[in-house]
Each structure stands twice: as C-alpha cells, then as structure tokens.
Design a protein around this ligand. Structure first.
Ligand code: IPE
Ligand code: IPE
Ligand code: MG
Length: 235
C-alpha cells in the first residue's frame, strides 16, 4: 500500500481532555476514549505493516495534574493490559516501556513489567509506551548510566563519549531514530518528547483530537510522509 513507510512512528496523543469537555464528559472519560483509539491504532499499525511505534502516554510533567486524573490514567493503563495483553502477544506485538519507573504506582509497574517480559521475543511490531517519560530526563539518565558503567568496568572516566555508546543508554534503545512525529489536537510543540530521537523527524500536526484519530487519519499522515523529500543535510 505504501512505498515508503516511516521505520519509527512516534505520536503525541493529545486532546483527550478537550474531547471530553466538548461532549460534556469528565476528563477521565476522555482518557478512556483515548485508550480505545490506542486499541484501534494497534490494528491499523499491524495491517499497514509499521514496525516501530512510540506513544506518548504520560510525561514527566503530567504529574502536575490533579491526583484524580493521574489515578484515572494509570488505572486505565492497568485495565488496558488486563484486557489486551493476550491479544497483543498472540498478534506478535512486542511491548516496550520508555521512561522512569520511579513514581509510577506499584500495580502499574508490575503490569508494565509483565507485558514487557511476556512479549519480549515478539518481532512483528514494537509498541513503545512512553510513560513517565521526559526527553530531558532521558538524556540525563543516559549520562548517569554511562558514568556508572565506566566506574563499574574501571574504564577511564575521561574517555570520549561516542554517539553509539550514548544511544545505547537511552530508554528507547534499540529503537531506530524517529522518522515521523504526529501530534494531534492542534498544538505545534514537542512537549519534551523524544528530543534526541526526533533530530531529523518529519513533523505532522493535525487538529483532530486523539479520541477521534482513526485509521483514515493515520493513512493521511502516512501519505503526507510519503511525499516528503528527506535530505538529512545533503542535497
Ligand atoms: C493527552 O490529552 C493525554 C495525556 C497528556 C495523558 P490531554 O489530557 O493533554 O488533553 P487536553 O490537551 O487537555 O485536551
Ligand atoms: C503531552 O501532552 C504529553 C502526552 C501526550 C502524554 P500535554 O497535554 O501534557 O502537553 P502540553 O502541556 O500541552 O505541552
Ligand atoms: Mg494536552
């Protein structure tokens, strides 16, 4: 269907709150509708043949939200894994987590660990949940990990850091760089998402709110991507 698909698609799933407000519903109901969109997106991604998809589900800045909303988001995640894990696994999807585990409620941490462990040998589609994820925090964490390893392995701390060694310590390793970044709900900003990995990504913004983002919206974005001439600094 496509001659040129992004090897790594990343999505900032924004607009759940506005979708809910526009329908007179609670913000939590907006997140619930958003989780149904994730379910449909998995089907579309498999059908289209995407290989790596990263979803921004909860940022390091989202802890500023009211506790009730935070609890609703993590409880939706727990339910999502309860309901969908066996289908995800049987369809060959590998679940990955990018982000820090600190602060994530214990139940959700075990749910994520369970999903990551069960699906670790699947190869059809890598589905990377960015949860308690922040791009700046990821970069600092990668430096910390490099320093720790150098101390453990008694290497010289002054050794020059290569791009390869740095990238091996990012949360997203071994996923490739992002080719296409989609943000729903109209804002044209990056909000601390995959800062290192989007260096040469094509950026696609749509007004559509995340709960309304469907297969045909995804196809539109991929068709737009197919027409981009990517130069990576060359001619
Ligand atoms: C995105 O939707 C989901 C998360 C950040 C968890 P929002 O909750 O940000 O929705 P808006 O931006 O308020 O509409
Ligand atoms: C980005 O959306 C985070 C996620 C989609 C998880 P936000 O709604 O938190 O971003 P800002 O606050 O509009 O930048
Ligand atoms: Mg938002």
């Amino acid at each position: 269907m496509f001659s040129n698909l992004p090897n790594h698609l990343a999505i900032i799933m924004d607009g759940n709150g506005r979708w809910a407000t526009s329908k007179g519903k609670s913000r939590s109901e907006g997140h619930e509708a958003g989780s149904e969109t994730i379910d449909q997106l998995m089907d579309s991604a498999l059908e289209i043949g995407l290989k790596n998809v990263s979803l921004y589900a909860f940022s390091t800045e989202n802890w500023k939200r009211p506790l009730k909303e935070i609890q609703a988001i993590f409880s939706l995640l727990d339910d999502f894994i309860d309901k969908k894990l066996s289908t995800i696994h049987s369809r060959g999807i590998r679940i990955l987590h990018s982000g820090s585990k600190s602060k994530i409620p214990g139940k959700s941490t075990s749910q994520i660990d369970k999903a990551v462990r069960l699906t670790e040998n699947n190869t059809r589609l890598n589905l990377n949940f960015c949860l308690n994820y922040g791009g700046q925090e990821e970069i600092l964490n990668a430096f910390d990990r490099v320093i720790e390893k150098r101390i453990e392995e008694k290497q010289s701390p002054g050794k020059k850091l290569s791009q390869k060694e740095f990238e091996e310590n990012l949360y997203t390793y071994p996923l490739p760089p992002v080719d296409l970044l989609i943000r729903t709900a109209g804002e044209q900003r990056v909000s601390n998402f995959l800062l290192w990995q989007i260096a040469y990504a094509e950026l696609y913004f749509t007004e559509t709110l995340w709960p309304d983002f469907n297969r045909s919206e995804l196809i539109q974005a991929l068709e737009w991507y197919e027409k981009r001439i990517r130069k990576f600094g060359g001619l």
